[in-house]
Ligand binder design. Structure first.
Ligand SMILES: [Zn+2]
Ligand SMILES: [Zn+2]
Length: 304
């Protein structure tokens, strides 16, 4: 089971009723956090989630609304009696800023393990500390400073087919081994492999997080087939397009067009400008571009 919570939906600055954009994804009891602006630790608590479950924090870029909440969050994690290391994933050109922000945390009772990767080339790595079936991919985005997007893909085992196992006289005691991809030998010497008793391989469950970027074409390919696509939509007013191009952000309409192209299951809009008081006024227009769009609000949850 994957439990997802969009902790906040704001961009630039937190508002009394809107926290900054950050995503909490829990895989069987261990969580990853993406971005940590001012007040993210409060948003975790408000959503009824546990700081102690966070194993890794992923940073998109070194702007304050994405990293200024790190000291408070890490200190509070320390107050949860944590002693095992916590991973921070950040691109090389954002690492110094992240280290500087974290340097004000005196005496953390656990180590920070930095995973620093090149900002200018796509990366792929497995995230065994959270789940051995979890892979993280990065994409190089186009913002005013170096910025990356992330996708988290959880591979699934093929469905176990008891009928096939029975037909091959495989004892129930051997089913688990086969379901987990192993091979067994029956008493009569017959070797049965996992593929003999399982269905077709299922595609991984993919969650993609993109924010603070121009709507470059590569995003559609990167997010392709996502179960959940979390994407910035700073404004719904299309007259804001020239200023979005200049500031290297995107409109809600841009995010919807990317979602449609990427054939994602659902799009959660986020990183709203403080000037967009009620993004739901654009819902009808946006649904005409991509019917699976959700005008997210803080604390929105999904279980997959
Ligand atoms: Zn931002
Ligand atoms: Zn930014």
């Amino acid at each position: 089971m994957i439990n997802v919570c969009l902790l906040g939906t704001g961009g630039m600055l937190p508002l009394p009723d809107r926290a900054l954009t950050s995503l909490y994804v829990e895989y069987s009891g261990k969580a990853v956090l993406v971005d940590c602006g001012e007040g993210t630790q409060v948003a975790v608590r408000r959503a009824g989630l546990k700081l102690s479950k966070i194993e890794a924090v992923f940073i998109t870029h070194a702007h304050a609304d994405h990293i200024a909440g790190l000291p408070g969050l890490l200190l509070s994690v320390g107050n949860c009696s944590r002693t095992r290391p916590l991973g921070i994933y950040v691109a090389d050109t954002a690492a110094d800023a992240v280290r500087a922000v974290i340097s004000i945390c005196d005496n953390l009772p656990y180590d920070i393990e930095y995973h620093i990767f090149p900002h200018d080339a796509a990366q792929s790595f497995s995230l065994d500390s959270v789940d051995t079936r979890l892979t993280v991919d990065t994409i190089v985005l186009s913002h005013r400073v170096d910025c990356v997007g992330y996708s988290f893909s959880l591979s699934l085992r093929a469905e176990f087919l008891p009928g096939k196992a029975r037909a091959l006289d495989v004892p129930v005691s051997m089913w688990r081994e086969l379901h987990e991809g192993g091979t067994v030998t029956l008493e009569n010497g017959t070797v049965i492999s996992s593929a003999d008793v399982t269905g077709e391989l299922r595609p991984p469950i993919k969650i993609t997080y993109i924010t603070d970027t121009l709507p470059i074409d590569a995003i559609a390919e990167f997010a392709y087939g996502s179960e959940l696509f979390v994407c910035e939509g700073m404004y719904g007013r299309t007259e804001k397009k020239p200023s979005m191009n200049e500031k290297k952000h995107m409109l809600m309409q841009d995010a919807c067009a990317l979602a449609e192209k990427a054939k994602v299951k659902r799009l959660w809009l986020t990183h709203y400008s403080p000037a967009e008081k009620d993004p739901s006024v654009y819902e009808d227009e946006l649904k005409r571009i991509f019917s699976g769009v959700v005008i997210s609000s803080d604390g929105m949850k999904l279980s997959i």
